[in-house]
Design a protein around this ligand. Structure first.
Ligand SMILES: Cc1cc2nc3c(=O)[nH]c(=O)nc-3n(C[C@H](O)[C@H](O)[C@H](O)COP(=O)(O)OP(=O)(O)OC[C@H]3O[C@@H](n4cnc5c(N)ncnc54)[C@H](O)[C@@H]3O)c2cc1C
Ligand code: FES
Length: 352
């Protein structure tokens, strides 16, 4: 965790470029999940299995930013893939599912994120996912299959119904190539003919599906409540916090803010964001201040992990405490994460 104070950028913040992506393929995974394959014009960027990318989408005259994990393994195929669930009322995911066609072009920020298999410290792994949370874990498994097929991996995946299970066919194929890969499926709404686990994630179920869970290093992705349950069971089985890694797909309650500095003005600081002006109260993050005033800054995790809320700090200074969602290079270029930054003077920020 960093606790840097940043001053105005020393380099042209617009120099960090977006990738130009052409849709090379689209396939259904389930009735409401599709995998989109993209060919980056600049060639596939360097990334680690488990990282994510933020797409810049033009929808109905509005620019939306949405972050998606890369489901593909880093390789030399020349393409990258994202496995995306269409949310019934989701603006971006509905548009991607309904409007995006092969040959269309999009822009995206380079991959980033700390939720990567490269950060593992052991080779006895548990992958725990629910719903589209399987996506970054599939990238990890594909990468392990290509580079270390003997790795001891147990995967527990939870879905609503059997028809919602992602990657079932490929997992069966990978089991043939990875002798120590074990896969368990859990559905909350079983149907006749279902032979896997059913019900909710719980300690008793885990003790059967993953008997040595507490002794494994865990990579977990799914809804916040599911991940918290998985973490509690891991801890109860003797697992340590350092061996439990999570990726949040949606915003969760913000972490406790640092104490308000004694010299902060009671009225807060003035923030300029493009043609909008608002006030950041003492202790508030720039994202919280903008949201309170119904000004939209793109947001993914709200925890300083995903980088979706990256903005350029054009003027002024902030205190930033993040969780790896921004690289030292980006910080040096004058970028900050709005969800993790508190104003320390009047500031001007820009979306780039
Ligand atoms: C690091 C990261 C990686 C991600 N990777 C993936 C991925 O690989 N595949 C994928 O499908 N999504 C992924 N997401 C989630 C994705 O960014 C979007 O938030 C989500 O797809 C909804 O976008 P939308 O514009 O369609 O919905 P919005 O218009 O933003 O929201 C519409 C409705 O859906 C609800 N909603 C929004 N996001 C979620 C969510 N994640 N879960 C449940 N309900 C939600 C909202 O509360 C709202 O009611 C990831 C998010 C992050 C931060
Ligand atoms: S929203 Fe994820 S880093 Fe700010």
């Amino acid at each position: 965790m960093s606790g840097d104070s940043l001053d105005a950028p020393t380099a042209d913040a617009s120099s960090a470029g977006l990738l130009q992506l052409t849709v090379a393929g689209i396939r259904y995974e389930t009735h409401d999940v599709k995998t989109f394959v993209f060919r980056p014009e600049e060639g596939v960027p360097a990334y680690a299995a488990g990282q994510s990318m933020t797409l810049k989408l033009q929808i109905d005259g509005e620019t939306l930013f949405r972050t998606f994990s890369l489901a593909s393994a880093p390789d030399v195929s020349g393409t990258i893939a994202m496995t995306i669930k269409a949310h019934a009322k989701g603006r971006a995911t509905r548009w991607l599912h309904d409007e995006l066609v092969v040959g269309a072009r999009l822009e995206g920020r380079p991959p980033k994120g700390r939720f990567t298999i490269d950060n593992r410290t052991t080779d006895r792994l548990a992958l725990i996912s629910a719903g589209s949370g399987a996506s970054p874990l599939m990238a990890m498994l594909r990468h392990l299959a290509a580079t270390a097929p003997d790795t001891d991996v147990h995967w527990l995946h939870a879905a609503r119904m059997p028809r919602d299970i992602l990657f079932a066919g490929e997992l069966a194929e990978l089991q043939a190539r990875m002798p120590k890969l074990k896969v368990a499926m859990l559905v909350s709404r079983p149907e006749p003919g279902w032979f896997g686990f059913s019900g909710r994630l719980g300690r008793r179920l885990v003790s059967v599906a993953l008997p040595d869970y507490g002794r494994r290093e865990v990579f977990c992705c799914g809804p916040a409540g599911f991940m918290e349950e998985a973490r509690l069971i891991h801890a109860a089985e003797g697992g340590t916090r350092e061996l439990f890694h999570v990726e949040h797909f949606g915003a969760v309650a913000a972490v406790a803010p640092p104490p308000v500095p004694a010299d902060a003005p009671a009225g807060g600081y003035a923030v300029t964001f493009g043609d909008k002006h608002f006030t950041a109260q003492p202790g508030e993050t720039l994202l919280q201040a903008a949201t309170r005033q119904t000004i939209i800054i793109p947001c993914g995790c709200a925890l300083g992990m995903c980088g979706t809320c990256r903005v350029a700090l054009v003027e002024g200074s902030v205190e930033m405490r993040h969780e790896g969602g921004i690289s030292p290079e980006e910080e040096a270029q004058g970028y900050i994460l709005a969800c993790s930054s508190r104003a320390r003077s009047d500031v001007t920020i820009a979306l780039q």
